[in-house]
Design a protein around this ligand. Sequence first.
Ligand code: ADP
Ligand code: MG
Length: 398
Amino acid sequence: MNIHEYQGKELLRRYGVAVLDGHVAWTAEEAAEAARKLPGPVYVVKSQIHAGGRGAGRFKEDPNGKGGVRVVKSVDDVKAAAEAMIGKTLVTKQTGPAGKVVSRVYVEDGCDIKRELYLSLLVDRDSSRIVIMASTEGGMEIEEVAEHNPEKILKAVVDPASGVSGFHCRKLAFGLGLEGKQVASFTKFVTAMYKAFVELDCAIVEINPLVVTGAGEIVALDAKVSFDDNALFRHKDLEALRDDSEMDPKELEAVKHDLNYVALDGEIGCMVNGAGLAMATMDIIKLYGSSPANFLDVGGTATAERVTEAFRIITSDSNVKAILVNIFGGIAKCDMIANGIVVAAKNLTLSVPLVVRLEGTNVDLGKKILAESGLAIIPADNLADAAEKVVRAVKGAN
Ligand code: ADP
Ligand code: MG
């Protein structure tokens, strides 16, 4: 789960991570109000969307105008900048051409920037540990640095038993060319960020840029905070920070029904139980020459209601040209799944071909229910047969 920059900064501030003063504003008037609470004379107005590249982004309504992050020098200019952002659609490298509507801005104290650096913490799957990454190339996308100048990325792998130590911090600080009091400020920053990362069960915290101020302090100018969804049950307060308007509506619907759903851009809607089987199903669709419109794991306890919800989500996607149901009946028996499919297919009046492959407990009964339903369901006997049939159905439909 992702949150907005201002929310991320608020959380990090509680852990003692150095961030600047700022206030969120939903209207231009509130933005002016927010600016009056700051010392000035320099203010920064920042569009709040779940995507980076805002500074270089442009508004659809004013493609030749300024970007989504603006440095201004008076309260009136703060108001004008907020006016130009709120309710408008910001297009950045990360939003895709559709862009995202800015519903609120963050009004922040202006910073005297001496250097822009990069810092992030993430869970590294190779080492199964938290890795701290740093680079002198602040403001650049780290993926680009990794591609063109991988030697400019510094890493420190943290042992979870001992946690982050002065050694890690000094190694990174010297690699970044920090000196004097900057090293102590950096150490305090990284230590606080590590504590926040662990306690909040984060998946990634990216500070880009991390700046060295004229006074030699280390401060977070941007903050991208993302939580591990599987740990959110431990943080009810964080769940309240979820911004539904930032999510794909299909994915939001899936979260509500406890379905594991990821929207993709292919043409075959998949309904599968178990993440491994779902991955295999997506692979075999590719192998037979088409591509999946989604990843969908209805879980081990697939019930008729969940099958119906899953169908509803899949069929709401206009890219879907055919549906492949691939269910292994274990705890959820095939006859029950078959009944669920029949009810859902009748209720939703499916307008695309539906291929069903069932296997496992009560499979014969399940197949019989489908065959006798009177619905135009294409039965399949195994994974390859199912993939071949669904791809053929799509090609026929095109
Ligand atoms: P994004 O990554 O989405 O473009 P950032 O928060 O990184 O947004 O801001 C873009 C740039 O704007 C930063 O690299 C920095 O140069 C400038 N900037 C952001 N916040 C401030 C601030 N409080 N004071 C001065 N400059 C800022
Ligand atoms: Mg940034």
